[in-house]
Write a protein that binds this ligand. Structure first.
Ligand code: AMP
Length: 115
């Protein structure tokens, strides 16, 4: 049995987090080290390691998460001015938690291309 990810431990309430949204399929929390005035992480309750590990079976789950992202962006007040959604995949992107997650970043302008 692989070790539980930090996000699975948050889902199971083994460690605390600032939870901003939860439903049967996913959870959203404030990032512990925010990189923007609004920095929320959305992740599935099902452990999928990264975007490269998403399967056909996960397609409805990923669609659902994007609708949650849209809803949260409205609730967090960042929809009108815009925001960034990022999912770092594996080593070159700097993924540090091996549990698929989407960063919602807002409240400031972002550069393109990213660093
Ligand atoms: P990534 O580097 O894309 O894998 O993103 C992982 C993110 O999880 C980072 O932005 C971390 O700051 C964040 N993070 C790690 N541990 C926690 C935690 N216990 N609560 C909230 N955010 C966390």
């Amino acid at each position: 049995m692989p070790e539980k990810t930090i996000f699975s431990r948050i889902i199971d309430r083994e460690i605390p987090a600032d939870i901003v949204y939860e439903d049967d399929l996913c959870l959203a929390i404030r990032d512990i080290s925010p990189q923007a005035p609004v920095h929320v992480l959305v992740f599935p309750k099902k452990v999928v390691v990264s975007t490269s590990d998403i399967t056909e079976e996960d397609a409805p789950l990923i669609g659902h998460i994007y609708l949650v992202i849209q809803k949260l962006a409205d609730q967090l007040g960042i929809s009108e001015e815009g925001y960034r959604v990022v999912s770092n995949c594996r080593t070159n992107a700097g993924q540090t938690v091996p549990h698929l997650h989407f960063h919602i970043l807002g409240g400031r302008s972002f550069n393109w291309p990213p660093g």
